[in-house]
Ligand binder design. Sequence first.
Ligand code: GTP
Ligand code: SPV
Ligand code: MN
Length: 601
Amino acid sequence: MAITCKNNKLIAWVAEVQAMVKPDTVVWCDGTKDEYDALLKLMVDSGAATPLEKRPNSYLFRSHPSDVARVEDRTYIASREQVEAGPTNNWIDPEALKKTMRDLYDGCMKGRTMYVIPFSMGPIGSPISKIGVEITESPYVVVNMHIMTRVGDKVIETLGEDGEFIPCLHSVGAPLQPGDKDVAWPCAPIEKKYIAHFPEENLIWSFGSGYGGNALLGKKCLALRIASTMARREGWMAEHMLILRLTNPQGKRFHIAAAFPSACGKTNLAMLQPSIPGWKCECIGDDIAWMKIRPDGRLHAINPESGFFGVAPGTSYNSNPMAMESIKENAIFTNCVLTDDGDIWWEDMNAPCDHGIDWKGQEWTPDKKDADGKPVKGAHPNARFTAPARQCPVICPDWEDPNGVPIDIFVFGGRRSKLVPLVSQAFDWDHGVYMGATAASEATAAALDVKGSIRRDPMAMLPFCGYNIGDYWQHWFNMGDKLGTKAPKIFYANWFRKSPDGKWLWPGFGENARVLKWMCERVEGRVDAVETPVGYVPKASDLDTNGLDISDSEIEELLRIDAAGWKSEVPEIETYLRSSGDRLPDRMVQQLEGLKNRLGI
Ligand code: GTP
Ligand code: SPV
Ligand code: MN
């Protein structure tokens, strides 16, 4: 039983929503284990969740086959002026959208329970944290929010009578008429899905999807799209970045924040186990960083989340043992294989599975083929696990420090099978901002509607920046000015370069520590580097490859700068940057001109 809310604004909003969505009952969530267990029991009884015999207190869910990832085409930034949303967002007029969505919300929770979830992004009471309240009729959302955020009475207490909160309205959009039997995963068809943000009002309205970033509104909607607009107004940063602490053999600590696009290795790097002796790595966050300049003049980061919503396929005791340890119990799995002995399985888990039930609920064997003779995957490529961050064996003891950790290094990156070297360092802050702005990546399964080979994904924020991307870049330049000599050093990494025969050139995962080591040595001024037109790259001899089975020629290839290849990308980069029109910062134009000069264009 939740404590009584004394916040009139919240009470009024809940009443207003209730009148619109017309649920059978309303429940204020208290965030307790009892509540969590009761909701899971409800979902097991209804057939929506399968308890896993092999994993204590863990459950498998199968989504509707159409509702498996974020939907970028249905994600909107509804600012009053279109220019404020900028060239990278779907803009829609806020009043028109509200009218459309009010019609959809009308009666949308009939036959269901409406849950009110008070949550904090960041440790409750931290000067960087924000409070949100999500309303949803999805018990799956409630239990995931329990893991991913800090839910409960303490939030209501902190809100007090007049505290600020970010209202997050969510519905799966599947009302039940009397006598209707519910389905395992209710959701609405794609043309009725809306993931809507009203940045001028700090308001989120999501309709029609029950999955991940579409439905767990504290994550991408609040902690990135809305928070990025607040951060710009208030002079801080909300970024799609993991945060880790790396300690060198001398005991010196480095805090690294890295922005890679969705499904490009943040969770893996965040939990990295260094393969090089004497180095230690601890995880602070795996997806989002909120950063403020503190009185020491440095940029300090917190992880606003309290759990991991990680990509399952590819996660194994070889690739990411710390993630495997984090999901041993108290975890939720979505769209994985159910094995015959009551466990979960996915592709590249490095565990045997001869038979099971696939993510669509069908019998599955590893040799299963579809009608066209193509192999059928058991788990969806965007299958995910949800697990409490505290279960990670290498979670940093300071991961909930309300003041955050001081960032030394920023890393940008993406999946590039060609051209982009294993690692390079920016000449200075402005060049680093240019590197981040022009970061590009090959498509992954994390969004349903992203096709094509390579897309620019500025600072890994393309789907998550809540305002004009030109203004966002200017905000980065401004932050650099404020930070001055205390600004983090900026690097660019690419674990995904391939040989002509399509094999990874770099072993990746725990071996990425070798690249982080070079970054730390650069920060300390211990090693020189080779100056190239696109940045500083390591001298081959400075990359620690002790104990690694990799040839000199492979290292050479990984670090090679193909000037002709870089030149050929410049026209496309220029078009892309210019698309932000008069919001394109002059300093970005200077960076582009500088690159052209260095490449001899
Ligand atoms: P989101 O949760 O969508 O934001 O993704 P993420 O950036 O956290 O990606 P994650 O770490 O889950 O990795 C996604 C996929 O990339 C998984 O299949 C990993 O196995 C693979 N991957 C991660 N790191 C490496 C690496 O260093 N090398 C290679 N080859 N693959 C990697
Ligand atoms: C991403 O796509 O970057 C994710 C998963 O972290 S989701 O929560 O669905 O956005
Ligand atoms: Mn992400």
